[in-house]
Design a protein around this ligand. Sequence first.
Ligand code: SME
Length: 152
Amino acid sequence: MKSTHKDLLHDIEICVSSGQNLPIILSDVCNLLKDKVFHYDWVGFYILDKQNSLLILGPYCGKPTEHTIIPVGKGVCGQVAQSLQLKIVQDVTLENNYIACNLDVQSEIVVPVLKNSQFVAEIDIDSHSTAPFTVDDEKFLSAVCDLLSPLF
Ligand code: SME
């Protein structure tokens, strides 16, 4: 894992053990990720409303989005809530099941937060670069989600 990623994981561990409430911790994590990783241009959390099969936008950092509620199955976010698998879209123009938020976005990665193997939330990251996401991003963001999982 890259040293920037290791440092960031350390910073996120500190946030997680800060004793702050969940929205503040998630908001701090969004800010850290967007500020420290060049190709992360919008970072947000969608939280599962299990009863209604909806994803509800939680803390985020970046331009406001009108997509504050997304049905499970719809868009890249909804697909991840259904499959429980991390998904990378390196070029959003090639993804059929995609919800466009902002025309600057070229690519997206969505990583599930699982608690006891159940989907509880996800990190959604948009990038203005095409094909910026690597296996390093996958490993790093999966580690971030593992750190956050006990908070849900
Ligand atoms: N593009 C996402 C919608 C959420 S916005 O990126 C903030 C999707 O296709 O699910």
